[in-house]
Design a protein around this ligand. Structure first.
Ligand SMILES: [Fe+2]
Length: 282
């Protein structure tokens, strides 16, 4: 399955209850402490909070140490090593992805330039989710032939309506594990609440290890370097007054997406996705 399609969906792979409970505690602590290592893609107003998309360095001792204990009980090693030529692997990035309330939909993109098993992503679902789309490896050439721009890693035309027969849409339950080649074209999507771990892995010649910054005792002192490595400015303050004001505008646009509606009407052949980050998201 993985060899042909470049992904694997393992149903009922782990018990989600305890780890979800610990993840919820982490999220609460993160809000309380105004943890700076968060990503907020579209800050829609939530009273006394910001619309967090993901918590970075989620195992850090400054948050909830029990989360790491629960995470280590899940066997990631077997499915990854059994489906790659790797001897060992290194986890280079972990995000606790969490959407509290509002819809989210990314562009079509690739997390890695090539789909040659250089980079594997594992998603551990702590809640049921439906909407994540991925172009399987066996359809890659056909998609590139039809949608020429899609061979790039990122592109401006990311909100394109790909025809249904070119992608697989995941319908997952809490406790499922999905692994996929990070070089495959995919689109994140969720409606309302979601909680899941995003884990990025690369080959490693020695042991199976976690990057130093991800370890519970990491100091995380140099925010500039971490920002550079994670391609996200962790120095910006999502709790600032300016960001809060923008979030109120986003809240209005979420329920009344006037510009999106206008673009939708003009797009006669309905080639594009228009209602992402809005109540009308599909
Ligand atoms: Fe991605």
């Amino acid at each position: 399955m993985f060899k042909e399609k470049g992904f694997l969906h393992l149903k009922n792979y782990f018990d989600p209850n305890k780890i979800l409970n610990e993840a919820n505690k982490t999220i609460l602590i993160c809000k309380k402490k105004k943890w700076k290592y968060v990503k907020v893609y579209h800050n829609i107003f939530i009273n006394k909070f910001v619309n967090i998309f993901s918590i970075n360095f989620p195992f850090n001792n400054k948050l909830n140490p029990n989360l790491y204990n629960e995470f280590t009980k899940i066997n990631l090693k077997n499915p990854i090593l059994e489906n790659t030529y790797w001897k060992n692997f290194q986890i280079t990035q972990i995000e606790l992805q969490h959407n509290q309330k509002f819809n989210y939909q990314s562009t079509w993109h690739r997390d890695s330039k090539f789909s040659n098993l250089e980079n594997i992503v594992a998603i551990l679902y702590l809640r049921d989710a439906n909407g994540f789309k991925l172009v399987p490896k066996n359809l890659e050439d056909a998609v590139i032939r039809k949608y020429n721009f899609s061979k790039e890693k990122n592109y401006k035309n990311g909100y394109v309506n790909l025809s249904n027969n070119y992608f697989h849409q995941f319908d997952v339950k809490a406790g499922d594990l999905v692994i996929f080649d990070a070089g495959l074209l995919h689109q994140g999507s969720c409606k309302g609440m979601r909680t899941q771990f995003f884990v990025r892995c690369i080959e490693n010649d020695k042991d199976n290890i976690l990057n130093k910054d991800l370890e519970p005792n990491a100091l995380l002192n140099d925010t500039d370097i971490l920002s550079k490595n994670y391609n996200w400015n962790f120095n910006q303050n999502p709790y600032s007054l300016k960001k809060k004001l923008i979030s109120i505008i986003n809240l209005i646009i979420y329920y009344f997406p006037v510009l999106k509606l206008f673009r939708f009407i003009l797009d006669i052949k309905k080639k594009k996705i228009h209602f992402h980050y809005s109540i009308f998201q599909k």
